[in-house]
Design a protein around this ligand. Structure first.
Ligand code: PEP
Length: 252
């Protein structure tokens, strides 16, 4: 049985004090949610240390939103995977569409980041997804296939066992438009098939999360699909009650 995961990508929101309060509120309400759900919060770098301390012993795991594509050295402004891992952070989001779109991240960059994350014991939450033009042209399956083949296929089976995939259609992120549960299932099943081709039965264990305007009102329908193992949540993860309510999309 795959674990269910609800991960909150806070993006560039909250101050450190607000972030600690938000994490504590999630921890306080977690008991109302099925114990089958693993919660992850991904604050900005500046809050990681405090949020790790605030969530210790609560069962809430912490993720970074990015890491550098070099191990160390003269890379002003960058934060390495080793630095992140040293704080007790367990996950790192890689390949988010905002990073691909605004910061020019390519598969070449992401191969380096994945290798460094895994070498430092961080579990990558690797994001894939098509934009609106690609969806309208019927190319969505090809786009995610390439995003998986160009990066995840370069991992060893041991590395692959630590990867989580997040399918996030770019047209659904922060737009209020959500993929239908059927659209999500189609592409999640496709992603699992692409993973199975390279990694065989191990693909059955890979959590594949849906992201893109996921909210309390649509989570249960999305999560009811067999290949949707949870969500990567943006806007709704900034309100503890909404984030927890999304977790309740998995029946207790
Ligand atoms: C995201 O950017 O990871 C995301 C899913 O955002 P939102 O939920 O706000 O659409």
């Amino acid at each position: 049985m795959r674990r269910k995961i609800v991960a909150g990508n806070w993006k560039m929101n909250t101050t450190p004090v607000e972030g600690v309060e938000l994490a504590k509120a999630v921890a306080a309400g977690k008991g109302e949610v099925c114990p089958c759900v693993d919660f992850i919060v991904a604050p900005p770098f500046t809050h990681l240390s405090e949020v790790v301390k605030a969530t210790r012993g609560t069962g809430i795991a912490v993720s970074a939103q990015n890491c550098a594509d070099e191990a160390k050295g003269a890379y002003t402004g960058e934060v390495s995977a080793a630095m992140i891992a040293s704080l007790g952070v367990e996950y790192v989001i890689l390949g988010h569409s905002e990073r691909r779109q605004y910061y020019g991240e390519t598969s070449a960059t992401l191969n380096k980041k994945m290798a460094l994350a895994l070498a430092n014991g961080l579990r990558p939450i690797y994001c894939v997804g098509e934009n609106l033009a690609e969806r309208e042209a019927g190319k969505h399956l090809d786009v995610v296939t390439a995003q998986i083949e160009e990066v995840v296929y370069n991992l060893t089976p041991e590395q692959f066992a630590n990867v989580i995939v997040a399918y996030e259609p770019v047209w659904a992120i922060g737009t209020g438009k959500t993929a239908t549960a059927e659209q999500a299932q189609e592409i999640h099943a496709h992603i699992r098939e692409v993973l199975r081709k390279k990694f065989g039965a191990a693909a059955e264990q890979t959590p594949i999360l849906y992201g893109g305007s996921c909210k309390p009102s649509n989570a249960a329908e999305l999560f009811a699909k067999p290949d949707v193992d949870g969500g990567l949540i943006g806007g709704a993860s900034l309100v503890a009650a909404d984030f927890l309510a999304i977790g309740k999309g998995f029946a207790k």
